[in-house]
Write a protein that binds this ligand. Structure first.
Ligand code: SAM
Ligand code: SF4
Ligand code: SF4
Length: 338
C-alpha cells in the first residue's frame, strides 16, 4: 500500500499507534490506579462510550495510510474487554499492519493466550513489579500474588507468543527487587525492561525523589552481571537495550524521566473513548469518536489525522521540571494506556 509518510513539526514520522481498549482493570497499582481514588464508586466509561471494534478498525486503517506500522493494545487491562481475539484478528487483516503487540498484567493469559495467538497476536509485554509476594501484593492493590502472573507468562510462551517483561521501579517500594528480577528473567532468557516511575496523570503522588534512574539500575546490575549496549533496531525504539555479556539475553530501560527520548517519538495514542493524544503527558485530546460517529467519510478522517500529526510539537519529557510535573493537569495512565 502507498503510504503518505507524514512528519510532525519536529520532523518525527508517525509509526506507532497505541490503542487503549478499556479504562478498567483488575489491579489497582499504586503508581497507576491508586485504590483510594479508583474505588467502588469510581465512574468508569460506559459500554457505549468505548470505541467499538469497527470504529477501532476504521481508525487503524486511516492511521496505517499515514505511516503507522506497529499497533499496541493496552488499557486499563486490555484482557478485561470481551472478545479481544476478534479485535486482534480484524487488525491483523489490515494491509500494512506489520506488528501487533499487547501490554497486560498477565493474569488472564492462561485463559486467552492461545486464542490471541491464533487470532494473529505476535507479542505480549507482561508487567510484573516484584517477585516478592508481599511487595507485589501491596503494589497491585488487589493482593494478587506473583504466581498467577508467572502462570500467565508460561501460558504465553506455550502458545508461541514472544514475551517481554515490564517492571516499574519506585524508590522505597520495589527497588530491592531490581536484582532478583534481573537474575530470574536472565535465567529464563526473557527480556526485562525497567521503567522509570513517571508523572503520568495527577493521582499517583509522583515526585522526583521516588524515581530510580536508569543509570542507578544499570550500574547495580552491571556490577554483578556485566552488560554491553545493543544498537537500536529502528528509529524511535523506546527502550535503551543492553545484553548480558556472553549471552543472547537482553535487558532494556525506559528512561522517560532521566534520559528522555522525545526527539524520536513516533507514537500516537487513542484512549478507550476515542480521543487521540499526541503525547503521553498531553492535557487534552482530539475527539475521533465524535468525528467518526458524525458520519465522517474515510477521507475526512484521513485528513483530520494528517492535520493533527502535522501540527504536533509535543516534547514534554525533554522539558519536564518538578514544577510542570506537579502542576500540569495530565490524563490518567489507565485511560490513555501506557
Ligand atoms: N494493564 C496493563 C499492564 O499493566 O501491563 C496495560 C496498561 S498499563 C497502564 C501499561 C504499562 O504502564 C505497564 O507496564 C505499567 O507498569 C506502566 N505504568 C503505569 N503507570 C506508570 C507510571 N506512573 N510510571 C511508569 N510506568 C507506568
Ligand atoms: Fe492496571 Fe496496568 Fe494500571 Fe496496573 S499498570 S493498574 S495493571 S492498568
Ligand atoms: Fe513522546 Fe510525549 Fe513521551 Fe516525549 S513525553 S517521548 S513526546 S509521549
Amino acid at each position: 500500500m502507498e503510504k503518505e509518510k507524514i512528519v510532525d513539526q519536529l520532523n518525527r514520522p508517525l509509526r506507532d499507534l497505541r490503542i487503549s481498549v478499556t479504562d478498567q482493570c483488575n489491579f489497582r497499582c499504586s503508581y497507576c490506579m491508586p485504590k483510594e481514588i479508583f474505588g467502588d464508586d469510581y465512574q468508569f466509561l460506559q459500554q457505549g462510550e468505548l470505541l467499538s471494534f469497527s470504529e477501532i478498525e476504521a481508525l487503524t486503517r486511516s492511521f496505517v495510510k499515514l505511516g503507522v506500522q506497529k499497533i499496541r493494545l493496552t488499557g486499563g487491562e486490555p484482557l478485561v474487554r470481551k472478545n479481544m481475539p476478534e479485535l486482534i484478528e480484524r487488525l491483523t487483516n489490515i494491509d500494512g499492519v506489520e506488528d501487533i503487540a499487547l501490554t497486560t498484567n498477565g493474569v488472564f493469559l492462561p485463559k486467552y493466550a492461545k486464542l490471541l495467538k491464533e487470532a494473529g497476536l505476535q507479542r505480549v509485554n507482561v508487567s510484573l513489579d516484584s517477585l516478592d509476594e508481599d511487595t507485589f501484593k501491596a503494589m497491585n492493590g488487589r493482593s494478587v500474588g506473583v504466581k498467577p502472573v508467572l502462570a500467565g507468562i508460561e501460558a504465553a510462551i506455550d502458545a508461541g507468543l514472544y514475551v517481554k517483561m515490564n517492571m516499574v521501579v519506585q524508590k522505597g517500594k520495589n527497588d530491592s527487587q531490581i536484582l532478583p528480577m534481573a537474575r530470574y528473567f536472565k535465567d529464563k532468557g526473557i527480556t526485562l525492561r525497567f521503567i522509570e516511575f513517571m508523572d503520568v496523570g495527577t493521582t499517583n503522588g509522583w515526585n522526583f525523589d521516588q524515581v530510580v534512574s536508569k543509570k542507578y539500575i544499570h550500574d547495580l546490575i552491571h556490577a554483578e552481571m556485566p552488560l554491553e549496549p545493543v544498537d537500536a533496531d529502528y528509529f524511535g525504539e523506546v527502550a535503551k537495550r543492553y545484553r548480558y555479556v556472553g549471552t543472547d539475553v537482553e535487558i532494556g530501560f525506559i528512561s522517560s524521566v532521566t534520559e528522555s527520548f522525545c526527539s524520536s517519538c513516533t507514537r500516537a495514542r487513542i484512549s478507550a473513548d476515542g480521543k487521540l493524544y499526541t503525547c503521553l503527558f498531553a492535557t487534552s485530546g482530539h475527539d475521533l469518536r465524535k468525528l467518526i460517529r458524525s458520519g465522517a467519510s474515510e477521507s475526512d478522517i484521513d485528513a483530520e489525522l494528517q492535520s493533527i500529526w502535522q501540527t504536533r510539537r509535543d516534547r514534554y519529557s525533554d522539558e519536564r521540571t518538578e514544577e510542570t510535573a506537579k502542576k500540569r493537569k495530565k490524563i490518567e495512565m489507565s485511560y490513555i494506556g501506557g
